[in-house]
Write a protein that binds this ligand. Structure first.
Ligand code: PHB
Length: 360
């Protein structure tokens, strides 16, 4: 008997959702939402162009007005935002594509000038992030956040549930919970930012409590294999770290195995330094479901990860920014466009919807 190995081009089922390939479009902040943080025409066109991905994971989209961290990021909490996203999901589905929305709350990586009523951003503990952040008034220093109180937790979980419900109305195929990259849920998971002494702090069982409550609340709305989770165990972006990243995230992956998730999505290594110290195979083997690898993969390394069973799916970020038809280019070994860093964040069509397809 010949054993046929899977590649990036092998179809895969997320429960009853069929993906045409394992080439996933990573969530990418592009800061081009319209007024009211509503997806607009250029956003529809951008996602439509990339519908040949096995699955698109949308850019991070704030679950509530307080979840916002940067200008121009879309939300999924107002009627207008739901209607804007519905145009995006319709366009992707018309092309035969699949799309999840990434549910985002930035926590302390925000600024009072972006918050409703100019209140302070929230976090597990009142610890200020080092450095400055982009606001509507230019770069400003991070502020000491408001430490969430125990009685504020249920409404936060309810905001995730409402956003998950809104995502259903907007026609998405599922949701990804953003628990990575130094944003709110990661601030709870890692011990440099979580110094709580209550049921949400201390041992990792407590630090993952909020994430698990949100997983349960969103699964109750979406059902099995329609909820993914994104983690970044050793990413130092946004001034965060854990004292025992391998143990911490092995434990998170093992506990998440108790839920019928679509996948576990892992940003491997450190976005800022490129260092990669954890054993990601150990993490992958701690999780019972599909593992989506991300960060710096190309066609060769992505195929190798799948063929060697180190990943089931591979998410590509910068390559999808520059190559709307990335699966076709990979399949036919066509040359790749070069991503232009200067147009990653904010702006108009330039560097967004004007990267050429290989056929033109
Ligand atoms: C970014 O703006 O560079 C960014 C946003 C969200 C992430 C990671 C990076 O999860």
């Amino acid at each position: 008997m010949t054993i046929v190995k899977n590649t990036l081009f092998s179809p895969i089922q997320l429960g009853d959702l069929a993906l045409a390939n394992r080439i996933i479009m990573a969530p990418l902040t592009r800061n081009r939402a319209g007024a009211g943080n509503v997806p607009q025409d250029i956003n529809v066109e951008y996602y439509r162009q990339r519908a040949s991905a096995g699955l698109i994971i949308s850019e991070g989209s704030q679950i509530s007005a307080c979840g916002i961290g940067y200008p121009g990021t879309p939300g999924i909490h107002s009627e207008a935002q739901i209607a804007g996203w519905k145009r995006v999901t319709d366009a992707v589905h018309e092309q035969g594509g699949r799309i999840f929305i990434q549910l985002w709350h930035t926590g302390r990586i925000s600024h009072s000038s972006l918050q409703p009523g100019h209140i302070l951003p929230v976090a597990p503990s009142a610890l200020k992030a080092a450095g400055k952040t982009l606001t509507l008034e230019g770069m400003q220093k991070f502020e000491t956040p408001h430490a969430l109180t125990l009685d504020e937790m249920p409404s936060l979980v309810a905001d995730y549930a409402t956003a998950a419900q809104n995502a259903k109305v907007a026609g998405f195929d599922g949701v990804e919970i953003h628990a990575a990259n130094g944003y709110l849920l990661d601030q709870f998971l890692r011990d440099s930012t979580n110094r709580r002494e209550d049921a949400y702090g201390g041992a990792i069982e407590n630090r993952m409590r909020l994430l698990l409550e949100i997983v349960e609340a969103t699964l109750a709305i979406w059902g099995k294999h329609r909820v993914g989770v994104r983690l970044s165990p050793e990413n130092s972006f946004n001034d965060i770290k854990d004292s025992q990243p391998q143990q911490t995230f092995n434990a998170v992956a093992k506990t998440l195995s108790n839920y019928p998730l679509a996948y576990l999505h892992v940003l491997e290594g450190d976005m800022l330094t490129g260092e990669r110290q954890l054993d990601y195979l150990e993490l992958r083997n701690s999780f019972a479901g599909y593992y989506m690898a991300n960060n710096g993969y190309d066609k060769a390394s992505g195929n190798a990860a799948i063929e060697q069973n180190r990943a089931d799916l591979v998410a590509f970020g910068k390559l999808f920014i520059a190559n709307p038809d990335l699966p076709e280019r990979f399949l036919k070994n066509l040359p790749l466009n070069t991503p232009d860093q200067a147009t990653f964040y904010g702006g108009d069509e330039k560097g967004y919807t004007d990267y050429p397809n290989s056929s033109i």
